[in-house]
Design a protein around this ligand. Structure first.
Ligand code: FPP
Ligand code: MG
Length: 332
């Protein structure tokens, strides 16, 4: 990353980090601890990074001059607020998701439900979302509307996953709808927030939202593949198999000509016993569906990158391009 851009991004993300804890502080000691539990456990801060880079894309009509890397101090504060909104929304959704998945571990520490119980985890998720709502109010009505739509999309995606495809649904289309709702929506909103704060013109803002949506798809597809191929840092492996959720490699089994593959697909969908999980994981890990999944993830990342073509040719745009490659390579 360009040095000046790198410094600016680091400065913004450092402020986000401090404020994340300050914003959720509570005078009730137990709530204070529970609210900071997953925030303090770390995380990639992928969504704040995306807000920041999109917010530093620069003036649509300017050359890629170094001076453009540093935003006006007011828009810098707005970028920090927007980054807080998307990260708090994300963390809130993880508190709820871990209750739904009955997860034990998140970001390498006991999940909030494991440490404090389901009721507390749900309420603390609500509490974090309340703070995200408070902060987004300061950004204006358009941002509040987008945030509300994103919240609805997250819930819709999560419910669609929970319910599974109906008989008449194409399982692949259903899966993509789930991913678009539960993950790509908030990643698209992160890019959109950045673009709006940067003052990009309407077609560019729309391109940036499409970019975020496709990047979000690549990101979640990679996450789903990692759940099968490797013990990711801070997460248990095989969660989707345990839940009977068919993700990309499993859905590809169903498209195979081989009867053995189709039988494995049916077996996974029928629900696996705990002692079958390692055996099925091993079978999947050595299967060509893994290589095909990687190709599909790369295709989404490439499509995301292509959306950047009409955006100002600045160091931030180059960094966003790199982010696409990194999102895809996570799963390789
Ligand atoms: C993780 O999926 C879950 C999400 C990305 C979205 C969860 C959304 C909700 C629970 C809706 C409620 C939202 C709010 C804001 C309170 P995963 O289980 O595939 O990923 P994981 O491996 O990280 O658990
Ligand atoms: Mg989960």
């Amino acid at each position: 990353m360009d040095d000046q851009l790198n410094n600016e991004v680091r400065a913004i993300l450092a402020r986000v980090e401090t404020r994340l804890q300050d914003e959720v502080a509570s005078s009730l000691p137990f709530l204070d601890i529970a609210a900071k539990h997953i925030i303090c456990a770390g995380g990639k801060r992928f969504r704040p990074l995306l807000v920041t880079l999109c917010g530093l894309l620069g003036d649509a009509n300017a050359d890629a001059t170094r001076a453009k890397v540093r935003p006006h101090s007011d828009s810098r504060e707005r970028l920090i607020d927007a980054a807080l909104v998307v990260e708090l929304t994300h963390v809130a959704s993880l508190y709820h998701d871990d209750v739904m998945d009955d997860a034990d571990v998140r970001r390498g520490v006991p999940s909030a439900n494991a440490r404090f119980g389901n009721s507390v985890a749900i309420l603390v998720g609500d509490y974090l979302f309340a703070h995200a709502s408070r902060i987004v109010a300061g950004l204006g009505a358009d941002f509040v509307r987008i945030q509300a739509q994103t919240f609805a999309a997250l819930v819709t995606g999560q419910i669609a996953e929970l319910r599974g495809p109906s008989r008449e649904d194409d399982p692949f289309e259903h899966y993509y709808e789930v991913l678009d709702g539960k993950t790509a929506s908030l990643i698209a909103t992160s890019a959109l927030f950045g673009g709006l704060i940067a003052g990009l013109d309407a077609p560019q803002v729309t391109a940036l939202e499409r970019f975020g949506r496709k990047l979000g798809m690549a990101f979640q597809l990679a996450d789903d593949l990692i759940d099968i191929t490797s013990a990711a840092a801070g997460k248990p492996q095989g969660t989707d198999l345990r839940e009977g959720v068919a993700t990309l490699p499993v859905l590809l089994l169903n498209q195979s000509e081989s009867l053995t593959d189709k039988l494995l697909y049916e077996r996974i969908l029928g629900g696996l016993a705990e002692d079958e999980i390692p055996i099925v994981l091993q079978a999947l890990q050595g299967h060509p569906v893994v290589a095909r999944s990687r190709e599909i993830i790369s295709e989404w990342a490439t499509a995301a990158r292509a959306e950047l073509a009409t955006l100002p040719n600045t160091p931030a745009r180059a960094a966003l391009g790199t982010l696409c490659a990194e999102a895809a390579s996570r799963a390789s």
